[in-house]
Design a protein around this ligand. Structure first.
Ligand SMILES: Nc1nc2c(c(=O)[nH]1)N[C@H]1C(S)=C(S)[C@@H](COP(=O)(O)OP(=O)(O)OC[C@H]3O[C@@H](n4cnc5c(=O)[nH]c(N)nc54)[C@H](O)[C@@H]3O)O[C@H]1N2
Ligand SMILES: Nc1nc2c(c(=O)[nH]1)N[C@H]1C(S)=C(S)[C@@H](COP(=O)(O)OP(=O)(O)OC[C@H]3O[C@@H](n4cnc5c(=O)[nH]c(N)nc54)[C@H](O)[C@@H]3O)O[C@H]1N2
Ligand code: SF4
Ligand SMILES: [Mo]
Length: 730
């Protein structure tokens, strides 16, 4: 008999491009057979390799880690093994311990981390509701902190709204693209496709990046700046725009505050004065400014090369300054694109998994907003802004008063022991916290420190809404049935809330979404029905009627989301990075992404096709000249050392990077670059300076011994994650 297959359309679980995928499913065998691009708004039927092959982890091939299919606790306390228990026992245990900690140290001794990955917006809403209404704290945050938090903070000051003002499809109609600190070809291949389409339609491209990225290769002007000089460069561009009268005076007059004060502050940023420090010619800076200002359809795209610096927020505002000065806001195919990374990181912000806002960006310090949520949730809510993710180590290791420390950390779908800076410090932090609850789909580096493990359904096994990078809500559908023993994230948290004395009884994600919509004016109009009918809705969408189809670009007509409706020019003086190279650590160290693997890699590392692309211990990219001086060739194992730690990885000579600099991807356990990264934070957003610190690369004389070490370490870590024989379930 012929097998009949079903078709299910959903949204990709990796990056923020928001690609829609059509799956062919064998329902009887409960397996996905294949994936192909569906005609989504952002992807138009296209996918990258992760869309085509990134669902295989649902088959639990056990290549890297093991799927968690039962709740686990350490019955004998810290140091004892994690043992499988029933859901009832796990929930009761977690609830009792949380209640005891809250009783002894107060609600602010609990920290919650939400997930920008599989769970989706409905679960995200429940995450922050749990922390605020049940625990009683605003200590809730997520990976945006170590990602685009600087974009949210910088744009909020500048134009009142932290999201992309421009939409993905508009990028191809831009006439000038200024791509700074963003490597779309690796990080958002289907957004990068629009840059290529724009080029084909005649757009000019300026790329500011210290390495020769794919975008740099097709750029008309590549500003191959020294790492960490963004604000110097951006101020020099603003200087030039003003100096050469390239400003849009009418737009400034009608829509922008602060011009008079802004101009004199730039005096020392003439390209001729700062070019040498940036490492590019003054003429190139002037030409870039002229090109950017030459069009009313100039779009600035940025990513981690802007935000992951101690001056991230100021650099974001400086990007926005250029758009304000030249009138590049408020109409089609113009504006700014802080291209949000994770599949649902925009959504996790939308849902208020942030220490300062409720869902819909409503401030926790605003009395009227707080009263609205108090009434809806039937509790009294804290009025102080909560703790940020990157402040946790300090509130554990650096806090002398035991009463003020964090005593419980509830981590949902994040892997801080892999992805946060300075892993030595994170490990010590996690060890010292009394109660660590990890809610995940796979064993990860953090689960080693868990006192309670709660297994969730994965993307593909539940319904949800994700928000892609350009504010687009899209429906994510259940494709197959989950393994026995796991529950949706929102259901787990509802059980925990109920056990803690705050009953939560939702039947499905729609009920949660409707509760959220009613409380969040910006999202009220985005009903399930409308999202289904239109294939997606971009917020803001205020009205439930079908007439309100959402918003393609923000700030129409130059009306900004600030209190007075005007954009603000914000000036900050440039400061150098927090750790420069010196004699002891003579190379700069930058951390970026691997195209075939994704973040902490629990998912891509458990997909057979993707796992074959790259494996431990990763690579350190170095200029061939530096490799030659060190006497190493491609594939040699080398030791990379910083003031905070060391690791072993393989040497990758490449002309893409300048002499004196090194690049690693953050996907590896043995080559875990966060052993080396600096914990210097942006003072406003608390985003770490992942993109620059000092390191030293050392040749390893005994390669056979080093290879054996890598293999044994790999086996050891996998064994901790429950993998005895790699690929056992493949
Ligand atoms: N395949 C894959 N895709 C991903 C991810 C993944 O892990 N794997 N992660 C997702 C996530 S969470 C995010 S946030 C996005 C991030 O995507 P991107 O923002 O593209 O992130 P990166 O590649 O880390 O950094 C971007 C660029 O910044 C440059 N850069 C470094 N220092 C400087 C500097 O001083 N100035 C300037 N101008 N540029 C600099 C780097 O050379 C790099 O080309 O990707 C998402 N997509
Ligand atoms: N050195 C360096 N470090 C970096 C960066 C860098 O550029 N350089 N980039 C930073 C950036 S931008 C980011 S965003 C972070 C990302 O860091 P993380 O957020 O820690 O990385 P992910 O791999 O996305 O972690 C997601 C976790 O969620 C789990 N998960 C997936 N789906 C579900 C689900 O449906 N439910 C539950 N409960 N769990 C699920 C996965 O198994 C995994 O353990 O890394 C940061 N770290
Ligand atoms: S570009 Fe991003 S959303 Fe699209 S298929 Fe690739 S990983 Fe998935
Ligand atoms: Mo990110």
């Amino acid at each position: 008999m012929q097998t009949t297959y079903d078709k299910v359309v959903s949204v990709c679980s990796y990056c923020g491009s928001g690609c829609q995928i059509e799956f062919t499913v064998d329902k009887k065998a409960n397996r996905i057979i294949s994936a192909k691009g569906a005609p989504g708004r952002t992807n138009e039927g296209r996918l990258c390799l992760k869309g085509f092959y990134g669902w295989d982890y649902l088959n639990d091939p056990q290549i890297l880690t093991r799927r968690i299919t039962s709740p686990m606790i350490r019955k004998g306390g810290k140091g004892s093994p994690l043992e499988p228990v029933s859901w009832d026992e796990a929930i009761a245990y977690a609830a009792e311990r949380l209640k005891a900690i809250i009783k002894e140290y107060g609600p602010d001794s609990v920290m919650g981390a939400g997930s920008a990955r599989g769970p989706g917006n409905e679960a995200g809403y429940i995450t922050q509701k749990f922390m605020r209404a049940v625990v009683g704290t605003n200590n809730v945050d997520h990976c945006a902190r170590i990602c685009h938090a600087a974009s949210v903070a910088g744009l909020k000051q500048s134009i009142g709204e932290g999201a992309m003002s421009v939409s993905v499809p508009e990028i191809e109609d831009a006439e000038v693209i200024f791509n700074i600190g963003y490597n779309g070809a690796t990080s958002h291949p289907i957004v990068a496709r629009r840059i290529i389409k724009a080029k084909a339609k005649g757009a000019k491209i300026i790329c500011a990046d210290p390495q020769i990225s794919e975008t740099a290769r097709i750029a008309d002007i590549h500003l191959q700046q020294k790492g960490g000089t963004n604000l110097l460069l951006l101020n020099a561009l603003a200087y030039t725009i003003i100096d050469e009268h390239l400003t849009d005076d009418e737009f400034i007059k009608a829509h922008v505050n602060g011009y008079e004060e802004f101009v004199p502050k730039l005096a020392k940023y003439a390209p001729e004065a700062v070019a040498a420090e940036i490492g590019v010619s003054a003429l190139a800076i002037r030409e870039a400014a002229r090109l950017y200002a030459s069009s009313k359809h100039s779009v600035i795209l940025w990513g981690m090369g802007i935000t992951q610096f101690s001056q991230g927020v100021d650099s974001v505002a400086a990007c926005s300054n250029l758009a304000l000065l030249t009138g590049n806001y408020g109409h089609y195919a113009t504006g700014v694109g802080p291209v949000r990374g994770q599949n649902n990181v925009q959504g996790t912000c939308d849902m208020g998994i942030l220490p300062d806002v409720y869902p819909g960006y409503q401030s926790v310090t605003d009395d009227a907003m707080r009263e609205k949520f108090e009434k809806a949730w039937g509790v009294s809510l804290p009025s102080e802004v909560g703790l940020k993710l990157t402040q946790v180590p300090d509130r554990v290791l650096g806090e002398p008063d035991i009463k003020k420390r964090i005593h419980a950390y509830y981590i949902i779908g994040e892997d801080p022991a892999q992805s946060d800076p300075n892993l030595e410090e994170i490990r010590e932090t996690l060890k010292q916290i009394d109660l660590v609850i990890v809610q995940d789909i796979f064993m990860n580096r953090t689960s080693e420190y868990a006192d309670v493990l709660l297994p969730a359904t994965a993307w593909g096994e539940h319904d949800a809404i994700y928000t892609c990078c350009d504010r687009g809500f899209q429906r994510v559908r259940k494709v197959i049935e989950p393994p026995e023993g796991v529950k949706p994230d929102w259901e787990i948290q509802s059980l925990l809330a109920t056990a803690m004395g705050y009953p939560m009884h939702y039947h499905n994600t729609k009920e949660i979404w409707d509760e959220m919509r009613k409380l969040s004016p910006k999202f009220t109009g985005a009903t399930y029905e409308k999202i289904d009918a239109l294939g997606g809705v971009q917020w803001p969408c205020y009205d439930e009627s079908m007439d309100d189809k959402g918003t393609v670009f923000l700030h129409e007509g130059g009306h900004f989301a600030t209190p007075d409706g005007r954009g603000n020019l914000i000036f900050t003086d440039y400061e150098p990075v927090k750790e420069e190279v010196d004699e002891e650590y003579p190379m700069s160290f930058c951390t970026v992404r691997e195209v075939g693997h994704y973040s902490a890699r629990t998912m891509t590392g458990n997909c057979r096709m993707l796992a074959k692309l790259e494996d431990e211990p990763g690579w350190v990219a170095m200029n061939p000249e530096d490799c030659e001086n060190l006497g190493v060739v491609q594939g040699d194992l080398v030791r990379v050392r910083s003031r905070r730690g060391s690791l072993i990885t393989r040497c990758l000579p490449t002309e893409r990077v300048k002499p004196g600099s090194t690049y690693m991807t953050y996907q590896w356990w043995i080559g875990a670059c966060n052993e080396l990264t600096n914990t210097a934070l942006d003072p406003k957003s608390k985003t770490p300076e992942y993109k620059y610190c000092a390191c030293r690369v050392e040749k390893l004389d005994d390669q056979a011994e080093a290879e054996a070490y890598v293999q044994s370490q790999y086996a050891l870590i996998r064994a901790k994650m429950g993998i005895e024989k790699a690929g056992a379930n493949a």
